[in-house]
Design a protein around this ligand. Structure first.
Ligand code: APR
Length: 227
């Protein structure tokens, strides 16, 4: 049973140089969600979507985990109870900081999925080049990420952990996307103590026992040090 479950979003990676989505300089300012993050957009213009994720993969590989990622990894290593990270991020920075217990609810940009043989694998290179699937040879790889309108990953495992945790922290997310945004209600219902650590307050913070505002690299390390 995870004593602590931490839900993270793009904000935790912002100070590593990864763009968030809904800020004034966010990804959704210069990309239409429908064009690059839906199955319909992929069907309409495969090359555009492949290039969009190739770019995000390059950005993720060029980035370094920051003090907030490291603080959570250190907590996992020293905390007597289990620490589980449920991340909406596809950048892999939690693992690169040393976290072992990480669930990717929206997938991983460094992985690919063959829509012919259903094989999932480390990404063999830029997908805009349409490399063949290493298993079946078909040129039908897509990023192994969750697009709008598609079911998220590992939801049962996540609900089980959230409904049993003692502490539920939300770090660096706007809470704009479900089911991730509904997890705090599940945690609260189960009696967990909840906290929001974010640059900006959410419109409704009634689900949170504690609200700590500020950049993740500033607020996460001292918060984590208390546990
Ligand atoms: N430190 C802490 N929080 C930050 C920082 C920072 N340095 N910079 C930004 N934030 C906060 C913002 O205040 C905002 O609330 O991070 C949040 C980022 O929100 P979004 O851009 O909406 O990103 P996220 O919540 O992760 O989006 C959820 O939506 O677009 C989809 O699939 C995508 O996983 C993503 C999901």
């Amino acid at each position: 049973m995870a004593g602590i479950v931490v839900l993270t979003g793009a904000g935790i990676s912002a100070e590593s140089g990864i763009r968030t989505f809904r800020a004034s300089d966010g990804l959704w300012e210069d990309h239409r969600v429908e064009d690059v993050a839906t199955p319909e957009g992929f069907a309409a213009d495969r090359a555009r979507v492949q290039s969009f994720y190739d770019e995000r993969r390059r950005a993720a590989r060029a980035a370094q985990p920051n003090a907030a990622h490291h603080a959570l990894a250190e907590l996992e290593a020293r905390h007597p109870g289990e620490v589980l990270i449920v991340t909406q991020n596809i950048d892999g920075l939690h693992e690169r900081a040393g976290s072992a217990r990480v669930v990717h609810i929206h997938g991983e940009v460094d992985r690919a999925w063959c829509t012919t043989c259903d094989e999932r694998m480390p990404c063999p290179g830029d997908l805009a080049a349409e490399p063949p699937c290493p298993r079946c040879g078909a040129r039908s790889l897509r990023p192994d990420v969750v697009w709008f309108g598609e079911p998220v990953y590992a939801l049962d495992e996540i609900y089980d952990a959230v409904s049993l945790c003692r502490w539920f922290w939300v770090v660096g997310t706007s809470g704009a996307v479900t089911p991730a945004a509904s997890l705090v209600a599940v945690a609260r219902e189960a009696g967990a103590r909840t906290a929001l650590l974010n640059l900006d307050a959410h419109d409704d913070t009634s689900m949170f026992d504690d609200v700590v505002l500020g950049p993740a690299t500033t607020v996460v390390p001292p918060w984590v040090a208390r546990f």
